[in-house]
Design a protein around this ligand. Structure first.
Ligand code: AMP
Length: 421
């Protein structure tokens, strides 16, 4: 394995990432970094890599290193599909460039004040991290000069296409010098991505990076086969059977997402919906509640859940299977992280059996079939869990002493058996 130094990463960057706890390069970094920093590193890069593989540092470190700090105009442009990802990249770059104070990174995205973004642009920034829509807005107002850009990164390119940004990307690239270097990161490789690569890139080198969570030994894959009309009941039983559940439930459409979340809330679960019909502010609130653990079941579409990075999910639940096996890999890779074990559950009906086999082939693992837990089973599980929690309660003697006589007056006459009951 190579070191960051051997990959050509400079000392200031190495110091910063060392402080972040990066000891050695991840595979995507080993492959991509020399393409930008190595000698004679010609040609562009297409990397099939998902979130969690370390791709941000793979493009972020060399992009930072290639900036001329004396020149106070945009030299690198990073495009991302969503505001969340935009902010995430901006914050990662700020971390990496901690010891390069002359470098200014500016995230620009819709939904926030364009005036303050314009002011920052006027003060001189070298790296712009942008969502396509807002960037075009800025270009049209003539406040952003891309003529000095030598490096362009398209992050989550497949997602940008799904969101209909193809024309915007076209328009943006026409404002950037033709001899720029270009890197494209994508979790999947639909035909359109290959077409963009052909159209805009010079002899791109392709890398396929295995997801660090793909087929992870830590993730168990389980499926429940039910009649279509019983899916919701199965979901509830599964949730009931896991008293400490903290899960994302993936649905295919926005409507399903809202419907399932509404039903769960009406049935007394700690659930919320996350999908594109919500306003940015609503989405932010939901994500915060979920991150803070106030909400334990998040019902989400794949796209809306992208901006959310939580490491300690107990379960990922597929409320129906996605058509593309890569989407399943992406979903299930959200559990079993950071050395913990995770469970990826699929609630399916018999017509989805074919999709299941396809996914098994892709992840190189078999799903285990389970029966939906019976009410008796759930009650038993919940009771033992309650008993466990009671057993583990930490008692603050000083605090509770003053209340004990009162409690004792109320309950002291009960036998141990009565009390347990
Ligand atoms: P990303 O795929 O860019 O979202 O990165 C996934 C996570 O891996 C982030 O939390 C990074 O901070 C972390 N990371 C990236 N590169 C390394 C590395 N070389 N060593 C340890 N952690 C890393």
């Amino acid at each position: 394995m190579m070191t960051f130094e051997e990959l050509g990463v400079n000392e200031n960057l190495r110091r910063a990432i060392e402080e972040l706890g990066f000891e050695s390069p991840m595979p995507v970094q080993e492959k991509v970094i020399p393409h930008l920093l190595g000698e004679g590193a010609e040609g562009d890069v297409v990397a099939l890599a998902q979130t969690g593989t370390g791709k941000t540092a793979a493009f972020g470190l060399p992009v930072l290193q290639r900036i001329d700090p004396e020149m106070r105009r945009p030299q690198a442009l990073i495009l991302s599909p969503t505001r969340e990802l935009c902010l995430q990249i901006g914050s990662d770059l700020a971390d990496f460039s901690k010891y390069m104070p002359q470098i200014k990174v500016l995230p620009v995205y819709g939904g926030s004040s364009i005036e303050s973004q314009i002011r920052s642009l006027k003060n001189g920034v070298q790296i712009i991290v942008a969502t396509p829509g807002r960037l075009i807005d800025l270009i049209k107002r003539g406040v952003v000069d891309l003529s000095g850009v030598h490096t362009v990164v398209l992050d989550e390119a497949d997602e940008m296409l799904n969101m209909g940004f193809l024309d915007s990307i076209d328009e943006i690239l026409s404002c950037v010098p033709a001899d720029r270097k270009m890197l494209m990161f994508s979790a999947t490789m639909p035909n359109e991505i290959a077409r963009i690569a052909r159209k805009y890139m010079h002899e791109p080198t392709e890398f396929v990076i295995g997801n660090r969570n793909e087929g992870s030994a830590n993730v168990k894959h389980i499926y429940y086969m039910v009649n279509a009309k019983d899916k919701y009941l199965a979901l509830k039983r599964i949730a009931d059977n896991s008293p400490n559940i903290y899960a994302i439930i993936f649905c295919r459409t926005r409507r399903d997402t809202q419907e399932i979340a509404d039903k769960l809330i009406a049935d007394g679960y700690n659930a919320e919906a996350l999908h594109g019909d919500l306003s940015q502010q609503q989405r932010d609130i939901v994500m915060r509640k979920f991150r803070d653990g106030v909400v334990s079941l998040l019902v989400a579409t794949d796209v809306a859940a992208r901006g959310l990075d939580v490491d300690d999910l107990t379960h990922v639940i597929n409320y129906g299977l996605p058509d593309d096996p890569a989407v399943y890999t992406h979903r299930s890779g959200r559990t079993g992280r950071a050395g913990k074990t995770g469970v990826s559950i699929a609630i399916i009906h018999s017509r989805e059996k074919g999709k299941l086999r396809e996914i098994e082939k892709k992840i190189g693992k078999k799903f285990e079939r389970k029966e939906v837990p019976t009410p008796e089973h759930i009650i038993e599980k919940q009771l033992y869990n309650l008993a466990d929690r009671i057993e583990k309660v930490k008692v603050d003697d000083e605090e509770i002493d003053k209340y004990l006589p009162g409690v004792s007056r109320k309950l002291g006459w009960l036998s141990q058996e009565d009390l347990l009951k």
